[in-house]
Design a protein around this ligand. Sequence first.
Ligand SMILES: [Zn+2]
Length: 225
Amino acid sequence: MHKSAIILKKCCICCNAITDDNIIILFTGKAGDNKEICSCCMKNMDVMAESDNPEERNKAIYYFYTCSLSINDEEIASYLKEVIKSNSFDILDIEFNRVKDKPVKAICTKRILPSIPAAIVAGAIGMPLCVLGCKFIENEIRNQFVLFLWCLITFALPVLFATVDFKYFARRRRETVGMFRRFFFPFTSIEDFSQYYLTGMGRMFICFVSAVASMIILNALGIEF
Ligand SMILES: [Zn+2]
């Protein structure tokens, strides 16, 4: 008798044949082939990754390491490499290592939003544009919704993004433990005031001064508001 032509799928961890019932496709490799594992190995991987035993976690991480070398998706590959480097699956640990690796100066100079220059630009350009546009819309178009949209686009949104530190807000939210607290968290530590509220309000004040200065200068140049 001839051998049957059915190609058996093999689990790439335990090497056992897998049936269609318990197949899990992990990812697509660089050659375009699917890396498949059995549901049993998947379960073991989860247990290992969540384990308190560092040896177990290392096993899972080692497996991730071998995956990261043949993976197709760049983003997942770089995430896996960071998991290996941090020796942790905890997203906070990974993020902490990311920040730690960058020199402090690079973090400060790279930041475009929110920043003092962004606040100055938002005030100096946004405010006069907003006022001039509002006058035009009120006289010519007379549509409340257009007026609202115009204020949103030229003033509210630019000021918001130039002054409010959304990254800090998101990070503090992630740090908060518990579903309920995450949504209604107080967000009132001393660090929050110095890093978030005061710096944000400082940028808002700079934005306001910049807007007033810009409008005085434009007025002197003959533009009527
Ligand atoms: Zn398996």
